[in-house]
Design a protein around this ligand. Structure first.
Ligand code: NAD
Length: 478
C-alpha cells in the first residue's frame, strides 16, 4: 500500500480526478489517499500561495502527489502553485510523453511517438521580475549548471531505460549564448557518455516547426523550461487533443503527477472533459511506485476503450468514433475493459519502467573568477545617447571608464545609428582604463559619483571572466 496525496484542483479538475481514481482503484491500485485542497478557493480565501501550510506537511510526508489542474489567478501578486510546488519539492524533471493513437484518434501525424523532457525549476520560470523604469520591465532568465546536468542526464537515462534511440536538444543559443549556450554545452558533454544513443541539437524555432510538421523525426527531446512548457502543449495537441497527455514531475525525493493541460474552466461541471491526461499521469505514478502490473492493466484498458471508438468530445470524429461520451461514461467504459488488451494498437508492457535514480549532483571545483568591468543600468528620459555619454563620463573613476552604452541590448554609443529606437532604460558599460584593474571599490565609487551627479542608477551587473574567458554578452552591433 502506498500513501499518496491527492488534490482535485479547479475547473474540470474534480471531474477528471474522480474518473481517474475510480479507474485505477478498479484496476487494483494499492493506494491510500490523503486529500488536500489547493488552488482558486484557497487563493481567493486570502492565501495568495494557493495552499495551506498543513497541506505542505502532507505532501512532504507522502512524497507522491497526484494533482488535478488548478486555476492560477492572472496578474496580481498570485504565483503559480504549480511552479512553486515543482521548485519547493525539487521536481527538476518534467516528463511528457505524446503519442498518436492512429487510426483511432484523428491526427495528421499517425506515427508520432515522442517524449518531451522539460527542465522544471529554472529559466524564466524563476519568476524574478522587476519594473526598472517607466518604460521597461525585466524578467531574469536563470540557467544553472546543476539544472542543466540533472535534466540532460535524466533525458539520456530515460532514453536508455525506455530503449529510445535518440535525444534531441532544443535551445536558442545563437541568441542567448550564455544561458541557452550553457544548456547546449552541457548537452554535448553528457551526450558523450551515452554513445549508444544518437544525439542532435536544433535551434528551437526551426526545431519547433519541424516537430509540428514531422514529429516522427523526434524521439526524446530535452529543453529548458519555457520552451518545454509551450512545445509539450503543441505536441499533445497534434496527437489529437491536449487532453490526452500526462506529465510526471520527478525529483530526488518527491514526485508529482498531473495532466499537461490546465483547468479548462469553460468546460467545468458539464461532465465533458477528457480524463485521459490525468489518467496518463496516474499511470506514470503507478509505475513510479512499483505498481507496474496495475499500470499496464489501466493503460491497456484505456487503449482498448479508444480503439472501441468510445471518445470524449475533444477527440470525437463522426467517421472514426463510435460513441460520444462524458467524463463519467468514459471512466466506466475503461473500467469495463480492465483485463483486456487493444487488438490493433500495441498493448503495453512496463517491465522497464521503474523510477530512475540518478547520482546526486556534485559541485565542481571553483574556476578562477576575475572582475573585468561593470554594467550600470540607468533610468534616463533623454533621447540622444551622445548627450548621455557626456553625462555619464562625469561619474567615471580613475579605474572605471565608460566603454559602451546600449539600449535594450543594442549598442547606441559610440557610433550608434540615429534610426535605433531608444527607451528610458540604458546600460552603461565600464571597463578598466589602460593598464588599471577594476575592483568592487571602483564600483561603489562609480555609484557614489552617480548619486552626486544626479544619475538615476537602477542596478549594476558585474562583468566577470572565468578562467580568462569573458563570461558576459557583447552589445548587439559591438
Ligand atoms: P487549458 O489547458 O485549461 O484549456 C484550454 C482548452 O483546451 C480548453 O478550453 C479545452 O477546450 C481544451 N482542454 C483542456 N483540457 C481538456 C480536457 N481534459 N478535455 C477536453 N478538452 C480539454 O488552458 P487555459 O484555458 O489556458 O488555462 C486555464 C487555467 O489552467 C489557467 O488558470 C492556467 O493557469 C491553469 N493551468 C494549470 C495547469 C496545471 O495545473 N498544471 C497547467 C496549465 C494551465
Amino acid at each position: 500500500m502506498t500513501r499518496i496525496t491527492v488534490a482535485k484542483g479547479d475547473g474540470i479538475g474534480p471531474e477528471i480526478m474522480d474518473a481517474t481514481l475510480e479507474i485505477i482503484l478498479a484496476a487494483g491500485a494499492k493506494i491510500e489517499i490523503d486529500e488536500i485542497e489547493v488552488g482558486e478557493k484557497v487563493y481567493l480565501a486570502g492565501n495568495t500561495s494557493g495552499i495551506a501550510a498543513e497541506s505542505w506537511d502532507i505532501i512532504r510526508r507522502n512524497k507522491i502527489f497526484l494533482k488535478a489542474p488548478i486555476t492560477t489567478p492572472q496578474g496580481g501578486g498570485y504565483k503559480s502553485l504549480n511552479v512553486t510546488t515543482r521548485k519547493f519539492l525539487g521536481l527538476y524533471s518534467n516528463v511528457r510523453p505524446c503519442m498518436s493513437l492512429h487510426p483511432f484518434v484523428s491526427t495528421k501525424h499517425p506515427v508520432m511517438d515522442l517524449v518531451i523532457v522539460r527542465e522544471n525549476e529554472e529559466d524564466l520560470y524563476a519568476g524574478i521580475e522587476h519594473q526598472q523604469t517607466d518604460e521597461v520591465v525585466q524578467c531574469l532568465k536563470l540557467i544553472s549548471r546543476p539544472g542543466c546536468e540533472k535534466i540532460i542526464r535524466y533525458a539520456f537515462e530515460y532514453a536508455k531505460q525506455q530503449n529510445r534511440k535518440k535525444v534531441t536538444c532544443f535551445t536558442k543559443d545563437n541568441i542567448m549564448k550564455q544561458t541557452d549556450g550553457l544548456f547546449h554545452q552541457v548537452f554535448d558533454e553528457i551526450a558523450k557518455e551515452y554513445p549508444e544513443i544518437e544525439n542532435e541539437h536544433w535551434i528551437i524555432d526551426i526545431g519547433a516547426a519541424k516537430m509540428a510538421d514531422t514529429p516522427e523525426a523526434f524521439d526524446v527531446i530535452v529543453m529548458p523550461n519555457l520552451y518545454g512548457d509551450v512545445l509539450s502543449d503543441v505536441a499533445a495537441q497534434i496527437t489529437g487533443s491536449v487532453g490526452l497527455a500526462g506529465s510526471a514531475n520527478i525529483g530526488e525525493e518527491c514526485a508529482m503527477f498531473e495532466a499537461i493541460h490546465g483547468s479548462a474552466p469553460r468546460r467545468a461541471g458539464q461532465n465533458v472533459a477528457n480524463p485521459s491526461g490525468l489518467l496518463q499521469g496516474a499511470i506514470m505514478m503507478l509505475n513510479h511506485i512499483g505498481q507496474t502490473e496495475v499500470a499496464e492493466k489501466v493503460q491497456n484498458a484505456w487503449l482498448k476503450t479508444l480503439e472501441d471508438g468510445i471518445h470524449t468530445y475533444d477527440i470525437f470524429k463522426e467517421n472514426i468514433s463510435k460513441q460520444k461520451v462524458g467524463t463519467k461514461e468514459f471512466a466506466k467504459a475503461v473500467i469495463a475493459n480492465i483485463g483486456q488488451k487493444p487488438s490493433i494498437l500495441k498493448p503495453v508492457s512496463y517491465a522497464k519502467n521503474a523510477a530512475l535514480h540518478l547520482p546526486k549532483y556534485k559541485r565542481k571545483s571553483s574556476a578562477k573568477k576575475e572582475l573585468v568591468g561593470v554594467d550600470v543600468f540607468i533610468h534616463w528620459n533623454g533621447t540622444d545617447p551622445n548627450e548621455l555619454a557626456e553625462k555619464i563620463k562625469g561619474i567615471e573613476t580613475q579605474d572605471a571608464q565608460l566603454s559602451m552604452i546600449t539600449n535594450r541590448g543594442i549598442k547606441v554609443w559610440p557610433d550608434g545609428f540615429k534610426e535605433t529606437f531608444c527607451t528610458d532604460h540604458w546600460r552603461c558599460r565600464f571597463k578598466p582604463s589602460n593598464g588599471s584593474k577594476i575592483d568592487k571599490t571602483s564600483i561603489t565609487e562609480l555609484l557614489a559619483n552617480a548619486i552626486k551627479q544626479d544619475v538615476d542608477t537602477i542596478k549594476t551587473e558585474n562583468l566577470y571572466a572565468f578562467e580568462g574567458k569573458a563570461a558576459y554578452s557583447l552589445g548587439q552591433g559591438q
